[in-house]
Design a protein around this ligand. Sequence first.
Ligand code: NDP
Length: 262
Amino acid sequence: MPDIKLNNGVKMPSFGFGTWNLAEGEEVINSVSEALNAGYRLIDTARIYSNERGVGQAVRKSIVPREEIFVTTKLWPGDFGFDSALQAFDESLNRLRLEYIDLYLVHWPGHDANRRQESWRALTEINGKGLTKSIGVSNYMVEHLEELLETSNVVPAVNQIEFHPYIYNEQRPVLEFCQQHKIVIEAYSPLTQGRGLDSITVRDIAERMDRTPAQVVLRWAIQHGTVPIPKSATPERIRENIEVFDFELSAEDMKTLDELSS
Ligand code: NDP
C-alpha cells in the first residue's frame, strides 16, 4: 500500500482501520492486532470511542515497529477551549500509553467559533512540541475550513469526513476545497456502515470485477483521492477490506457509483 505525503511533508498510509464501536478491552485489542497483521498501518480512534487503552495496547504489543504505525485520535467538542484541549490531549496520550500521536484531529466543528479557534490554537501548540506529528480536523465543511484559514497560519493536514457513493454529491464542495488546499480527505463510514453494500449497482460491478461489494466502494474512495478507514470486528472482513490495491475501476464504473448520490 503506497504512502501519501501530507501538506507538512509527513507520510501517511493511504488506507486505514476504523475502531468506532469496537469495545474497549479484548474486542478492540484483537481487531487492531488482526488489522496490523493484515497489513493496515493507520489506526483511527477517538476519546469518545472509549477504546484508546486497547488501541494503545495492540499497537505496543505488535511486532510492527511503532514508527511504522500511524495512530490517530481526536478532540471531542466537550473538551474545546485552549487549556481543556491541551488537557484532553494529555489524557488521550496517557490512555494510549504512547510517546506521541501521529495525527490529532478536532472531531467536530461544534457551534462555538471562539472555542473552536482556541482549540485549534492548542493543537498547533501540541504539534509544535512534537507530541503529535500532524494535526487536522473532522466533519469540517467549507465554511469551517474558510474560517480556520482566515484565523490561523497552520493549514490542517487532514479533514476526516463521511465519504461513500451515497453521499458523494453532498460532499463534493468540501472534497474540491480540500483538494485545492492540499488537505487530505479521510473517508469515514466508507462502507456506509454496511448498509449500502446490497445495492444492485454495487453488486453488479463487484460481480463483474470478481470483487466484493465492500472492495468496490473502498476502491471508489481511493480513486477519488481519499484515504478510507473501514471498521470491522470480523477477521475475514478485515483482510478482505484491505485487498483493494490490485485492481482499478473504469471511469464508467466510477461515474455509475458517483450517481448513486444523485
Ligand atoms: P464503516 O463504513 O467502516 O462500516 C462498518 C460496518 O460495516 C460494520 O458494521 C462492519 O461489520 C461492516 N463491515 C465491515 N467490513 C465489511 C465487509 N467486507 N462486508 C460487509 N460488511 C462489512 O463504518 P464506520 O462508521 O465504523 O466508519 C469507519 C471508521 O471511521 C470508524 O470506525 C471510525 O474510526 C471513523 N469514523 C469517524 C467519524 C468522525 O466523526 N470523524 C464518524 C464515524 C466513523 P463487522 O464489524 O461486524 O464486521
